[in-house]
Write a protein that binds this ligand. Sequence first.
Ligand SMILES: O=C(O)CCC(=O)N[C@@H](CCC(=O)O)C(=O)O
Ligand SMILES: [Zn+2]
Length: 358
Amino acid sequence: MKSSLQQELQTTGDFLALTRANEWSIDSAFSFEVSCKKTQAKSKVSVLDTGIIVFEPLDHVSSKDIVLSCAVHGNETAPIEICTDLVKQLILGELHLQERVLFLFGNPAAINIGKRFVEENLNRLFSGAHSLPQGDASGLINKERHRALALENAVRDFFTQGSDISSERQRYHYDLHTAIRGSKNDKFAVYPFRHGQPWKKEQLQFMLACGVNTILLSHSPTTTFSYFSSNEFGADAFTVELGKVRPFGENDMANFAGVTQTLTRFISGEDLQLTDYNSEDFSIFEIYQTINREQENFTLHFADDVENFTDFPQGYLLATDGDIEHRVKQAGEAIIFPNAAVAIGQRALLTVIPTDID
Ligand SMILES: O=C(O)CCC(=O)N[C@@H](CCC(=O)O)C(=O)O
Ligand SMILES: [Zn+2]
């Protein structure tokens, strides 16, 4: 017998509503079949937990396992709207499903309060960090830590089950975010550390098709979600920043048409219409300084409305952390993700310098 959750979901396709109504878990998982109204292809839809839903083609063998995540930070609404819309189209049979897709709505309770997180920043809890004491949250067992573990398990199961279907598969994880500040480059992506493996031009071409022409290359392991999937499962993974944090309904979705269109084509197996790689199409940076807040008394020495990718002269004092001064070391060094209010021990600022991948 269908549960009321299932009935509601199959009628409305509104997975965000189900997710928001169940902040940390649902009573029991459920699954059902849908047929695409255009192609008649059948898919299996499995709701594994709140905010965790898998779509799997039933009529053909797929070759890609795609993870699309949003709301790892609860107030980053544009990605939530994009994923909600894709999920709705799939549930209502309006979009052909070619590949296996796992959608994750990371932090439903944080969505409900319109905040980045409830107790602890979820995107600092992956690769097992949920089980380690860290920063001023040392020793805490909170719901975000449980959620990080649940999300890790969902990704692990999804990729592992894919390998049972066929051996030659490609894995992807695009973790969709928005930046707290405005950015000179409105859409950009963090390419997690690849431990010396080459940066993939084809992935940058995919980003470009999404309207993302600015890439930050990371040179060290992090506890972010995209690094987890890249490092542990060999997925092509990015943290993708789509504009600036705004409340639901205030996003200019036309600004994200490239992302929506490219993700739609990707999951439905249409030609992605990627252009040939041309370095001039991109602004590529490498992460140069990672400045953590280590002291109670941490100050940034620029205004709150200074945008991401603003550069400062060599020697400029960017931040003081107690007695420690953090200054610009190189001409062209620019700031990303400044946030003086992070927990002690966490990243308060990145700097980047221009580079290329040739
Ligand atoms: O704008 C900001 O300050 C933060 C936006 C955001 O949530 N960014 C991610 C980036 C993750 C990564 O480095 O891959 C984060 O800080 O978690
Ligand atoms: Zn975010």
